[in-house]
Design a binder for this molecule. Structure first.
Ligand SMILES: Nc1ncnc2c1ncn2[C@@H]1O[C@H](COP(=O)(O)OP(=O)(O)OP(=O)(O)O)[C@@H](O)[C@H]1O
Ligand SMILES: O=P(O)(O)OC[C@H]1O[C@H](OP(=O)(O)OP(=O)(O)O)[C@H](O)[C@@H]1O
Ligand SMILES: [Mg+2]
Length: 287
């Protein structure tokens, strides 16, 4: 049984998606420029490169079995797909924004007939309709923020993450439509028919995300100090303690997985408590 995974070919989510795939053990064999397809190091799994916005439909229609794309694009296309996992990147919000100096400060200030520029006409229109506002939607394919200033629209619905682009364009947020991040998705039929392979891809990718902010700490400790050292270790499932053979002293080796942000302080406390030969090792995946 074989599967095909659609990966964004360009834009900000392309490289992070490829990085997760490769760390999950699915290194691309021929990802050279302008290739549409690539084999991976797993003979059963191939990759297709596509625009992020087209991936929800490709997955829904079964052109590919799995895909990586944003929740915003899945919702915009009303794609009926299985959302398998959140990939923990590409966090952004689709917001309504008006010019800083306008009287429109909240959705309550919007009147029917308001003109809204957006790359997300479907989500935006549904949201406004659900709030009783009949808007005229102007569909743009980028640089939406400029629309109010060139007289194309009264307000916009666009993605924001740091808020820099809105600020630069003198726009203020008046409402939040949708919070989005990047998802691993599957075709519903494929998910039933090829569940084992699809689940294995999901587990491996989730393993990469779980490992992302963790390190493996390894060290040697005299057994007299073992209890103190153990009490300092915030391990996932207790530290692993093993006897060091052919050692004149009574030494044990300890290893534990810890959160990256705890490592800086922890190594110093461990050293002060008698730990030696401390190694901080990167982790590729935690399954
Ligand atoms: N500023 C942002 N911060 C975080 N995630 C974002 C941001 N902008 C977009 N995204 C996410 O990335 C997805 C793809 O956006 P991106 O802009 O990379 O693709 P694109 O618009 O197809 O490419 P391009 O802008 O180069 O034409 C969006 O649908 C959204 O889920
Ligand atoms: O809040 P910020 O961090 O400033 O990010 C928001 C901007 O990022 C996206 O644009 P992108 O860079 O993808 O350009 P595009 O409009 O050409 O797609 C989005 O459309 C906003 O314009
Ligand atoms: Mg973009």
């Amino acid at each position: 049984m074989k599967i095909k995974i659609a990966i964004p070919s360009k834009g900000r989510i392309s490289n992070p998606a490829i990085a997760i795939l490769e760390k999950a053990g699915l290194r691309l064999k021929d990802s050279g420029n302008r290739k549409l397809f690539s084999k991976t190091h797993n003979a059963d799994i191939d990759v297709m490169f596509a625009r992020a916005a087209d991936i929800p439909s490709y997955v829904e229609d079964g052109v590919v079995d799995m895909g990586i794309t944003g929740l915003d694009l899945i919702k915009e296309n009303s794609a009926d797909v299985e959302i398998l996992a959140d990939l923990d990147f590409g966090s952004t919000s689709l917001v309504l924004a008006s010019p800083e100096d306008s009287d429109i400060n909240s959705i309550d200030d919007l009147k029917s007939g308001v003109v809204v520029a957006t790359e997300f006409p479907n989500i935006t229109n549904s949201y406004l309709m659900a709030n009783g506002i009949e808007a005229r939607i102007v569909e743009l394919s980028g640089s939406t923020e400029i629309a109010p200033f060139i007289g194309v629209a009264d307000i916009i619905a666009d993605l924001t993450s740091t808020g820099t682009t809105l600020k630069m364009n003198h726009l203020k947020i008046i409402d939040n439509i949708l919070d989005s991040s990047i998802k691993l998705i599957a075709n519903t039929k494929s998910y039933k028919q090829k569940k084992n392979l699809i689940e294995n891809v999901k587990i491996s990718m989730k393993g990469v995300i779980d490992a992302d902010r963790k390190k493996l700490l390894m060290m040697n400790v005299s057994s007299v100090n073992l209890e103190t050292i153990k009490s300092l270790m915030p391990a996932m499932a207790g530290p692993t303690v093993s006897k060091v053979l052919s050692d004149k002293e009574d030494t044990v080796a300890i290893q534990a997985v810890v959160d990256e942000e705890k490592v800086f302080n922890l190594v110093h406390s461990l050293k002060n408590a008698g730990a030696r030969d401390i190694l901080v090792v990167p982790i590729e995946r935690i399954i």
